[in-house]
Design a protein around this ligand. Structure first.
Ligand code: PEP
Length: 259
């Protein structure tokens, strides 16, 4: 799971599907089987994140394939009296490789703060789980000209205290909140501009080469008909896909876009 490379041409595209709170176990098995078959020859880094209840069954299907298993959240705590939470130890036990942290639905609907997100990232990494770390501004923030400032603060706070050597396990995902599940996509140029801001920031927080070497996904209504134009941008290295990841007929062409 190497998500860090020496220059843009070597950064491997990373396409991830976030199934959110969809699919019972049978539906999850069926989709996972279709994806394993349809993506067998895909050279991009691939990940799917089913709901917790389907993790074990999907794990058995993707094991040994080119598809990583993701979880959609992880607890702040390692284990213990935390009713309703799922620990990183449990995720590892289910065969999980990667955890999505800081998704806007977790921030907005469930009150996750930058501080909580920072702790979750550290805890996940300490248990050898890779992380897809999501950031992004709301519509009001964008219209108020605050997009760069908001994303900068989220990245800084989320990575606070994280060593350069640990970035190897982290992928950033820029997901403008107003584009998630709305059918509105950021223009490739607008998305690329924020990705560029994140790269400059990373280059300042860490060694200059880090800005060029980290994989940064775009998320927000990525579909088969817009993936190519987004992925062709200099600073965009992949996609975090919600709605269109729920069907093989839409996720496969996105994952296999012509790079
Ligand atoms: C997401 O939830 O991360 C997402 C990008 O959703 P959608 O593709 O449906 O906009």
């Amino acid at each position: 799971m190497i998500i860090i490379k020496g220059d843009h041409d070597l950064r491997n595209y990373y396409i991830a599907g976030n199934w959110k709170m969809h699919k019972n176990r049978e539906e999850a098995r069926e989709l996972a089987r279709e994806l394993v078959k349809g993506l067998e020859n895909c050279g991009h880094t691939l990940m799917i994140a089913p709901p917790f209840t389907a993790l074990t069954e999907v794990a058995a299907i993707v094991k040994g394939t080119n598809i990583l298993l993701g979880a959609q959240n992880v607890s702040l705590a390692e284990q213990g009296a935390h009713t309703g939470e799922i620990s990183p130890i449990m995720l590892k036990d289910c065969g999980v490789d990667v955890v999505i942290i800081g998704h806007s639905e977790r921030r907005i609907l469930y009150g996750e703060t930058d501080d909580m997100i920072n702790k979750k990232i550290k805890l996940a990494l300490s248990h050898d789980l890779d992380v897809v770390f999501c950031v992004g501004e709301t519509l009001d923030q964008r219209e108020g000209g605050e997009a760069e400032g908001v994303v900068t603060a989220q990245v800084k706070k989320g990575l606070n205290g994280i060593d350069e050597s640990d970035l190897r396990g982290i992928t950033l995902a820029y997901e403008p909140v107003w584009a998630i599940g709305t059918g509105k996509t950021a223009t490739p140029e607008d998305a690329d501009a924020i990705h560029g801001v994140i790269r400059s920031l990373l280059g300042g927080l860490y060694a200059a080469s880090i800005g060029d070497s980290m994989v940064i996904q775009y998320g927000g209504s990525v579909k088969p008909d817009n993936v190519q134009s987004l992925m062709s941008m200099e600073n965009i290295d992949g996609a975090l896909v919600g709605g269109a990841s729920l069907k093989a007929e839409t996720f496969i062409p996105i994952a296999k876009f012509d790079s």
